[in-house]
Design a protein around this ligand. Structure first.
Ligand code: OOG
Ligand code: NI
Length: 305
């Protein structure tokens, strides 16, 4: 095989394209929303949408979790930013700033496995123990095909449906990760960059609902940060057919789509709209918003479709 040398940013671009391709295949809402936006005259093509961020979920065990997965993106120049903690959901998270504003932010969360019941821990480690050492350490991160294959291959055996249901009863996040692994959990449309009047999240949500897309209503359809500058909404995950051990098939929640409106920071309020770029807007994430967005894959939301 011929080896082509790519720069780090080119490699990152190829890895992200590979993630987006699998995500679009698994989440028909992505193409559906795109089609509706083109039809409405909001955009001419997919590339006109700014991807605010993408998100991954991980199992917080020593050889996996945030500290393992983040190495891939740190290698491509991402920088680790704020840490978030979700007590009731037993999750940690970090967000990462991209090496260049043309790339999405990244949000990585992990399940605090040792906070679960002994039975749930036993089930999870029976799978994750198949991974003997941090798998990212032996990857050639400059080879995009190797990274692409890693992000989409099974890390552990196919779960049984009984294990899946047992985990789901205690942590829907745990059940999601045991089956879906590193598949992209969502990508995010930057609503503030859309033409008026759709640059307003409430107005944009109305458009989505008029086209039959269902929004996560946990904590209200719009999640708002206390400073009023980060507004987020998301679709509810669609149920996907999943094959479990023994060939058993069941419908389980897959991935979803998110929408974010980042307001202009007060010190830049005087700038005309065409002068506003990413650095003039509210950065980062908000724990209170994220807490409810996680529920986009919960049965209570996904079954509303
Ligand atoms: C991530 C939920 C949090 C955000 O933008 O705050 C989030 C997840 O569902 O894994 O995406
Ligand atoms: Ni998000």
């Amino acid at each position: 095989m011929q080896t082509v040398m790519h720069s780090r940013l080119e490699t990152l671009e190829l890895v992200l394209a590979g993630l987006m391709r699998r995500y679009q295949e698994r989440v028909p809402d992505v193409a559906g929303i795109l089609r509706a936006m083109v039809q409405e005259g909001m955009i001419a093509r997919a590339e006109d949408i700014e991807n605010d961020h993408i998100a991954f979920r991980t199992m917080g065990v020593p050889q996996l979790g945030i500290r393992s997965l983040e190495k891939i993106f740190l290698h491509y120049g991402y920088q680790r930013r704020d840490r978030y903690y979700f007590g009731a959901k037993k999750l940690n998270a970090h967000w990462y700033a991209p090496p260049d504003p043309g790339f999405p932010r990244i949000f990585i969360s992990e399940l605090r496995v040792t906070d679960l019941s002994e039975e749930a821990q036993r089930i999870i480690t029976s799978y994750t123990d198949e991974v003997k050492a941090d798998p990212v350490d032996t990857l050639d991160l400059d080879n995009w095909q190797e990274v692409d294959a890693f992000l989409h291959r099974a890390l552990w055996r196919l779960p049984t449906y009984a294990d899946y249901k047992r985990l789901e009863a205690e942590s829907e996040y745990a059940a999601w990760v045991i089956y879906n692994r590193y598949y992209l959990n969502h990508y995010t449309v930057s609503v503030h960059n859309l033409p008026e009047p759709y640059d307003d999240l409430a107005r944009y949500n109305d458009f989505l609902e008029a086209h039959g897309f269902r929004l996560n209503d946990a904590g209200g359809k719009i999640k708002k940060s206390p400073d009023g500058l980060l507004l987020q909404s998301s679709t509810v995950a669609r149920m996907i057919e999943a094959e479990f051990a023994g060939g058993e098939k069941h419908l389980i929640p897959g991935s979803y789509v998110e929408f974010a409106e980042r307001g202009v920071l007060p010190q830049y309020a005087h700038l005309p709209k065409e002068a506003i770029t990413r650095e003039h807007r509210r950065e980062g994430f908000e724990a209170g918003n994220a807490d409810k967005i996680f529920e986009s894959t919960y049965i209570s939301q996904a079954a509303r479709r």
